[in-house]
Design a protein around this ligand. Structure first.
Ligand SMILES: [Zn+2]
Length: 338
């Protein structure tokens, strides 16, 4: 089968590898219907994460169950499933309090940018649709494997409440989904920080009421002006850099919480400022499975359309170009078809 592999910074290849085989009774093999490139795939692509040379890459995918292990009860070949990028048993003590991304039987989708991949803990992880979904729903369903659930986690962690003002730092697919999540959770005002016009447009489609194109100190100043000097009730940090985190704490009003979901790279927390302003930090790797039933219902009912984050679709054969397009910010997010 064909699967995407990474060999070093900027070196993405589509290679022939053996199809994954079930080695544990709780596993399943999923045949990919649609996959995509994640912003976090760009960290190793840019050489900012170490690379295990030749390893399969890709953790966002939806597909059809191909084969199940002996102890899988709830899924059968032919089921269309959303696969959370982090797998869980959904029964351990951490899962039971909703912390499914820290499951004691944690696993990850690996090689999702390919034709087949392995799901660990199939019963605990997978969520199926009622029959084969309408083709038009596939992009939105695909976002539920990571970015939409991650944006949702940012909004939940930041404590977005009805009538509140939320600021979203970051205009990648996760940040844009964070805008959508904040609106769904009832924020009256959602400020999206973005200087890229195509992303600003999606943010507006997702319900952003204000766009701040300035960055750094200028952007922080602008948000303080927009909030009468008070700051935001909730801040979603969806980047993972020190600059983004700095901005998040600058614009968070006293007593509020920053919800962070960007994978931290070189972030130093302003603990003194957090202490002085009573601003908390919550979030982390999204417990995707926890949010999936609710988000699936919102997508299937047509209430939300997070698939709008995809502004390009390419065949899997062009995966290297998909990475380039996202790295150069020519595309917000690329959907891949095997
Ligand atoms: Zn668990």
């Amino acid at each position: 089968m064909r699967v995407t592999t990474i060999h070093g910074p900027g070196d993405i290849r589509l290679e022939d590898r053996p199809e994954p085989r079930i080695t544990e009774p709780h596993q399943a093999v999923v045949k990919v219907v649609a996959a995509c490139v994640c912003g976090s795939d760009l960290w190793p692509y840019r050489g900012e994460n170490p690379v295990d040379v030749g390893s399969p890459i890709g953790h966002e995918a939806v597909g059809v169950v191909e084969e199940v292990g002996a102890e899988v009860r709830d899924f059968a070949p032919g089921d269309f499933v959303v696969v959370p990028f982090v797998h869980c048993d959904n029964t351990c003590p951490h899962c039971r309090v909703g912390a499914t991304s820290a499951c004691v039987n944690q696993g990850f989708t690996n090689g999702g940018q390919g034709e087949y991949f392995l799901v660990h803990q199939a019963d605990g992880s997978l969520v199926k649709t009622d029959g084969m979904p309408d083709e038009a729903l596939v992009p939105s369903l695909l976002t539920l494997s990571d970015v939409m659930a991650t944006g949702w986690h940012a909004a939940v962690s930041a404590g977005v409440r009805p009538g509140s003002t939320a600021v979203v730092v970051g205009d990648g697919a996760v940040g844009l989904c964070g805008v959508l999540a904040a609106r769904e959770l009832g924020a009256e005002r959602v400020v999206a920080m973005s200087r890229h016009e195509p992303r600003q447009k999606v943010a507006e489609q997702f319900g952003a009421t204000d766009i701040v194109a300035e960055r750094g100190e200028e952007g922080e100043q602008r948000i303080l002006e927009l909030t009468d000097g008070i700051g935001a009730d909730a801040v979603l940090e969806c980047v993972g850099t020190n600059g983004a985190m700095r901005t998040a704490f600058k614009v968070a009003r006293p007593g509020s919480t920053v919800g962070f979901v960007g994978v931290p790279h070189g972030v130093e927390l302003p603990v003194r400022q957090m202490f002085g302003k009573n601003v908390g930090l919550a979030g982390g790797m999204a417990p995707v499975r926890t949010y999936l039933p609710d988000l699936l219902e919102r997508v299937v009912s047509g209430r939300i359309d997070p698939g709008l984050v995809f502004d390009a679709t390419m065949p899997l054969d062009e995966v290297a170009e998909a990475y380039r397009a996202m790295d150069e910010r020519r595309a917000i997010k690329v959907l891949l078809r095997p």
